[in-house]
Design a protein around this ligand. Structure first.
Ligand code: NAP
Ligand code: COA
Length: 272
């Protein structure tokens, strides 16, 4: 079997692909020949990302939609399918997060994160299934270490991302017979991202997190993109239902005590 990481002629859709890690993933696929579509809430971020993808020499499209709105996601994906045909790769990574204890957030605050991360994934899976290449499509859901490691201030994210990983594992079975592979990638702490800015808001905190990673550094969006490309390429042809940490070993070390650190940060923010 010849192995290729050339995505020429392939259609890649990245939901939540207009900033941070997911935009890095979109750009990596674009620079390896794929035509790439991105979606997120902000028209401006979508337009900016589409321009950047085109500047990399890729065909690119985008649409603005909130993953909490199933009809909007359905309409956007139908348009991409109408223009380009079946999707070879779908990356679903739209998410929201803020550090707050369960007592320190309203039920609606908890619901917002569950609606974006978990129900958003449900909507993206349901809206895309008809358009995924059968056999051959590869779906990657972007999870988080909170899915399996509890951290104070992250009950909403833990509940939502644990659900995302169980959707991954269930769909690997339900969609496997159609030749669709479904996996989760679990990023560790990734430098220069909104997620890191929210959970490690100072240089000191970032330094402590980096030092707590067994490989001794923060990750980059490319680190996550490379894992997605592996899963989406022929090299990943027999991988389905995996929940793959890409984190320099961070989760194995209990995320370096991130839970204790976050507990103190949240208590300080909430005046306790
Ligand atoms: P980010 O830059 O804020 O990216 C989030 C993306 O999702 C943006 O494109 C955002 O664009 C979009 N989005 C947010 N809410 C949305 C909604 N309701 N509907 C549609 N799109 C929405 O964050 P990031 O830190 O790079 O995180 C990216 C992914 O990696 C997330 O799934 C996160 O849980 C995961 N992760 C991150 C880290 C980290 O270190 N950063 C670690 C582990 C896991 P709009 O604002 O335009 O909607
Ligand atoms: N602490 C406690 N509650 C908070 C909060 C915080 N830091 N930030 C928001 N909330 C609450 C709000 O008060 C609101 O609850 P209420 O209606 O009971 O007052 C609820 O969360 C929803 O907030 P709202 O701003 O209306 O939601 P939104 O849909 O506009 O935005 C968020 C969703 C809150 C997740 C927002 O942070 C977001 O858009 N994030 C996307 C980017 C991101 O988080 N990137 C990192 C990914 S890892």
């Amino acid at each position: 079997m010849s192995i290729t990481i050339d995505f020429s002629g392939k259609t890649v859709v990245v939901i939540g692909g207009t900033s941070g890690i997911n935009r890095g993933i979109a750009e990596l696929f674009a620079s390896h020949g794929a035509r790439v579509a991105v979606a997120s809430r902000s028209e401006e971020k979508v337009a900016d990302t589409v321009s950047a993808l085109k500047a990399l020499g890729a065909e690119a499209k985008g649409f603005a939609a909130d993953v909490r709105e199933l009809p909007a996601i359905e309409a956007g994906l139908a348009e991409i399918h109408g223009a380009w045909g079946e999707f070879d790769v779908l990356v679903s990574g739209a998410a929201g997060n803020f550090p707050a204890s369960l007592n320190g957030m309203s039920a609606n605050a908890f619901r917002s994160v569950v609606e974006i991360d978990l129900m958003g994934t449900v909507h993206v899976m349901k809206a895309s299934h008809a358009y995924l290449k059968k056999p051959g499509a590869s779906v990657v859901n972007i999870s988080a270490p909170q899915a399996f490691l509890p951290m104070p201030g992250q009950s909403h994210v833990s509940a939502a991302k644990a659900g995302v990983d169980m959707i991954t594992r269930t769909l690997a079975i339900e969609w496997g017979a159609e030749g669709i592979r479904v996996n989760s990638v679990v990023p560790g702490p990734i430098s220069g991202t909104e997620g890191m800015a929210r959970l490690a808001p100072t240089e000191d905190a970032i330094g402590k997190v980096a030092a707590s990673v067994p490989l001794g550094r923060l990750g980059t969006p490319d680190d996550i993109g490379h894992a997605c490309m592996f899963l989406a390429s022929d090299m990943g042809a027999y991988v389905s239902g995996a929940v793959l940490p890409v984190d320099g070993g961070w989760a194995q070390s209990g995320c370096g005590g991130m839970g204790m650190f976050l507990g103190k940060l949240v208590a300080q923010m909430e005046g306790r």
